[in-house]
Write a protein that binds this ligand. Structure first.
Ligand SMILES: C[S@@+](CC[C@H](N)C(=O)[O-])C[C@H]1O[C@@H](n2cnc3c(N)ncnc32)[C@H](O)[C@@H]1O
Length: 331
């Protein structure tokens, strides 16, 4: 991780970050990502569970580096996300908020650090990379010209706006599309847990009997797109961890295509936590409609959380569930 490579680089090259420097770190997920750093640190992080984790550890966190009260900064550190487009955009953002200083770029080989550094070398005067712990760290001075790295967003053929790094940025997710096609006419108050940029919320808004949709999404960039993609007064878009979110009143229906990755690592426990929290948010007669990849182990949690569980006709790749009457309605 970054701290291993940074302390290794320091041993060779002395203090790379001057005492008292203001530092902005893009994409740190918990305080261990910051070990070895001292001074005034601001983290840019948009994923609500990581924001909660960092804030609980006393770290200053923002979703927007540009215009932040602590900026402009002396040093920027970009910890690579999985998406290459997003990684480049973060490097661009770092050059904007570190106008005269140093930008470090760090990542694991599995996150594509080699190709990022290879391309970056064509744009800036990049240090020799420090290779350690299955990753690389390199740095450059600003001002630097990387404006072609800026993400300007995408418009899908159906008219939906997306941006680098959000789920299904390049097109509608086939599992979500299947779920949308299979939904019966719904009514009342609905929650879309893990709403992404709003595809399922948009589909729900085609039902006139739906009075309100809570679109709950943990990723800030995705959540910001919902208002643009679903400009409907019935939509309440919420930036929150859907595994702990509580609706103001029990809802009639939950729809979801739950995530099974956290920061690129497969973790079916997150989908299971979505199911439990869907049950906790539903009224006694409430219903859940859910789609998932066929291999994911959700059946026992569904059975434990609902009085009735039915698998609808899915596809070889995806299964669709209708569950009703939550067993745990205590709020
Ligand atoms: C499989 S995608 C579905 C997105 C969207 N419903 C769609 O159909 O295109 C799952 C979504 O859950 C979000 N997510 C992941 N963990 C979350 C959490 N703990 N709370 C809320 N949303 C989360 C992801 O950012 C992603 O947008």
């Amino acid at each position: 991780m970054f701290s291993d490579r940074y302390s290794f680089a320091q041993r060779d090259g002395g203090d790379l970050i001057p005492d008292g420097a203001t530092c902005v770190v893009f994409n740190a997920t918990d305080s261990s990502d910051l070990s070895g750093l001292s001074g005034d640190i601001t983290v840019v992080q948009g994923f609500a569970p990581f924001v909660d984790q960092l804030s609980a550890a006393g770290v200053r966190v923002t979703q927007q580096a540009q215009g932040h009260a602590q900026g402009p900064f002396d040093v920027g550190i970009v910890l690579l996300p999985k998406s290459k487009k997003q990684a480049r955009d973060l490097i661009y953002q770092a050059t904007q908020v570190v106008p005269e200083g140093t930008v470090f770029v760090d990542g694991q080989k599995t996150d594509g650090i080699d190709s990022i550094l290879k391309d970056l070398k064509k744009h800036v005067d990049l240090s020799a990379p420090v290779s350690k712990a299955h990753g690389k760290l390199a740095w450059f001075s600003t001002p630097a010209q990387v404006s072609d790295y800026a993400d300007t967003g995408m418009l899908l053929p159906q008219g939906f706006a997306t941006s680098a790094g959000v789920f299904s940025a390049d097109g509608i997710d086939p599992a979500s599309q299947l779920l949308a096609e299979m939904l019966p006419p719904l009514r009342g108050v609905v929650a879309d847990l893990g709403a992404g940029w709003g595809y399922l919320t948009h589909a729900l808004c085609n039902s006139p009997a739906i009075t309100q949709v809570f679109a709950v999404e943990a990723d800030f960039a995705s959540q910001q797109l919902i208002a643009k993609n679903v400009p409907d007064d019935r939509v309440v878009s919420v930036w929150a961890d859907a595994t702990g979110w509580r609706s103001p009143k029990p809802v009639d229906v939950v729809v979801m295509n739950p995530p099974f990755h956290i920061a690129g690592r497969a973790d079916p426990a997150v989908g299971q936590a979505f199911i439990r929290n869907a049950a906790a948010n539903l009224s006694p007669q409430g219903q859940l409609f859910m789609v998932a990849n066929r291999h994911l182990p959700y059946e026992s949690v569904l059975e434990a959380s609902f009085q009735s569980v039915q698998e609808l006709t899915g596809t070889p790749q995806f299964k669709v569930y209708h569950a009703a009457r939550p067993k745990r309605t205590k709020r």
